[in-house]
Design a protein around this ligand. Structure first.
Ligand SMILES: Nc1nc2c([nH]c(=O)n2[C@H]2C[C@H](O)[C@@H](COP(=O)(O)OP(=O)(O)OP(=O)(O)O)O2)c(=O)[nH]1
Length: 164
């Protein structure tokens, strides 16, 4: 199956998630994810949007829960649409944040670490990330469509939008 085989105008996500990349100079906060989808991989703080919550509220809550930091002034970065062959339809909203307070903690869900942007461990991350995260970290906005077979990306389509 290819991205172009799906009518994305009528595609409705079965799950909605958020991911936040916290930036401090040339470093980005990543996590070793311990539980859930993508356990064992490197990602950024995030998780599901709960009933009655906005995406930004979910992003702030998940970052606090997973790594203990309080985030403010989240910047919308892009939308990710993941169609998994087993039936999962996941929409991810990506944020950047340069405004945070508090101390990093390790939790049951995540072990956080600061990573130089030039040293991001792509081989331990979701396969699509290398195709949009470098641009996202340079403030380019994007929309991405992906087909996944379990953890294997089988097709992708990405559009980058003019940044401000
Ligand atoms: N960077 C990146 N993140 C992804 C990809 N696919 C994918 O599900 N994610 C994110 C979205 C979510 O933040 C997280 C999956 O969330 P999850 O199902 O494990 O949920 P969770 O345990 O973190 O959160 P929750 O159930 O407590 O709400 O992984 C991907 O390809 N790239």
């Amino acid at each position: 199956m290819k991205v172009k085989d799906i009518d994305w105008t009528t595609w409705i996500p079965s799950e909605k998630a958020v991911i936040t990349y916290i930036l401090d100079g040339e470093n980005v906060l990543l996590i070793h994810k311990k539980t859930g989808l993508g356990a064992g991989m490197v990602n950024a703080p995030g998780g599901h949007i709960e009933e009655g919550e906005t995406a930004v509220e979910a992003a702030i809550r998940e970052t606090k829960e997973e790594v203990g930091l309080d985030t403010e002034n989240l910047i919308f970065s892009g939308d990710l649409y993941f169609h998994f062959l087993d039936g999962l339809k996941l929409r991810g909203t990506v944020y950047l944040c340069r405004d945070f307070k508090g101390s990093l903690i390790e939790t049951d869900e995540a072990s956080p670490f600061w990573c130089a942007i030039k040293d991001i461990p792509w081989e331990n991350m979701w396969e699509d990330d290398r195709h949009w995260l470098p641009q996202a970290l340079k403030n380019e906005r994007f929309t991405g469509y992906f087909i996944f077979d379990k953890e294997k990306m089988v097709d992708k389509s990405l559009v980058f939008h003019a940044s401000n």
